[in-house]
Ligand binder design. Structure first.
Ligand SMILES: Cc1cc2nc3c(=O)[nH]c(=O)nc-3n(C[C@H](O)[C@H](O)[C@H](O)COP(=O)(O)OP(=O)(O)OC[C@H]3O[C@@H](n4cnc5c(N)ncnc54)[C@H](O)[C@@H]3O)c2cc1C
Length: 315
């Protein structure tokens, strides 16, 4: 079948997807980069063209390229009426990311990611993360204790103590919005697995229901994180808000761009978001058109001829 642009992709040998962007960051002058909680923008004076950071410091700008979610930027700049999280406007979902590390050989061959529309599990997608890079799991010789069994129950005495791998892992994604409730009350799992939001327990059970794991497998690590801004959900009223908010901000020399910066799901993956930034800078410097923002249909149909995957000597 035609697997489209995702049929072949590259992935860092170490450090996950974030390693790509840390690598890009290394190409830029170090003294021009600052990260961390103190760098949070807490207000924007659109008329004076000054941003105020959490630590109280102020930065004056001529042109501001921002990835701050558009609803927040509208509030910062005096247009809160554009920022409502409704299906008539800037609607979004949140994402729960749940990770499980499991002892043993991965039983799913070379599968990468799978979708689950059924209602026997809370997740819509699973990534077999251990298949992406060897270093996504510890070495087989590393000794780890089993936290709980595959159904979240206690560990029997004969499986207690630190033992070697091999290891494999699963990353689950669960969506949440005011239209889709996710159980998050704390629940305590068996063994030494500890206390987690209920969605983790539901995910562990869902993994069994969908035959990704079984009750007898050994879970050696658990991860959960909720991203408030998960997906910028396309809605009927979205473009009306974008058509007003983005030019309004640009008139004040603010280029709000990126997954939630410009809130266009159809151009909100990493490659898109990178190009939204590149093209915004070209627009600031030379007035060039921002193709990714303005013409998603055109850029999404275009084949990327810069990256040609071929065997050595076959060209
Ligand atoms: C569950 C999930 C799965 C995904 N899977 C894929 C995938 O398989 N492939 C793919 O290409 N993409 C995927 N994406 C999308 C990818 O994460 C985004 O395309 C990318 O992160 C967007 O980059 P960005 O810079 O626009 O936004 P972000 O990465 O969200 O960065 C915005 C930045 O702005 C900062 N910020 C916000 N408010 C403030 C403030 N007030 N002051 C200072 N800083 C602020 C945030 O801290 C953040 O660092 C996925 C996203 C999710 C949620």
């Amino acid at each position: 079948g035609n697997w489209g642009p995702n049929a072949i992709f590259r992935f860092p040998k170490e450090g996950g997807t974030g390693a790509i962007w840390k690598g890009v960051g290394k190409l830029l002058p170090k003294d021009k980069q600052s990260y961390g909680p103190n760098m949070e923008v807490v207000s924007v004076d659109k008329d004076g063209q000054i941003v105020t950071l959490k630590d109280g410091s102020k930065i004056k700008y001529k042109a501001l390229l921002s990835t701050i979610p558009l609803d927040i930027m509208c509030k910062f700049t005096g247009r809160p009426e554009l920022s409502h999280n409704t299906t008539d406007g800037l609607f979004h979902s949140s994402s729960h990311i749940i990770g499980l590390g499991i002892r043993g050989e991965c039983p799913h061959g070379l599968k990468c990611w799978l979708y689950f529309p059924e209602d026997n599990c809370p997740f819509y997608r699973v990534t077999i993360f251990s298949n992406y890079a060897e270093k996504n799991c510890p070495e087989s010789s590393k000794k780890l204790p089993t936290l709980c069994m595959g159904d979240g129950s206690d560990v029997p005495d004969n499986l207690k103590g630190d033992r070697e791998g091999p290891w494999w892992s699963l990353m689950f994604e669960v969506s949440e919005s005011e239209k889709k409730f996710v159980k998050q009350d704390p629940v305590t799992l068996g063994g030494s697995a500890g206390t987690w939001p209920d969605v983790v327990r539901d995910t562990i059970q869902g993994a069994i229901n969908t035959k990704l794991t079984d009750a007898g497998c050994e879970i050696v690590s658990i991860y959960h994180r909720r991203l408030f801004y998960g997906y910028p959900t396309p809605s009927v009223g979205r473009n009306d808000v974008l058509d007003e908010a983005l030019p309004y901000l640009k008139n004040h020399n603010i280029w709000n761009r990126g997954r939630f910066g410009s809130w266009k799901y159809e151009v909100a993956n990493q490659d898109h978001s990178c190009m939204l930034g590149v093209e915004a800078i070209d627009n600031i410097v030379s007035g060039a058109r921002e193709m990714t923002l303005e013409y998603p249909d055109i850029v999404n149909k275009k084949k990327n001829m810069d990256l040609l995957y071929s065997k050595k000597g076959s060209l």
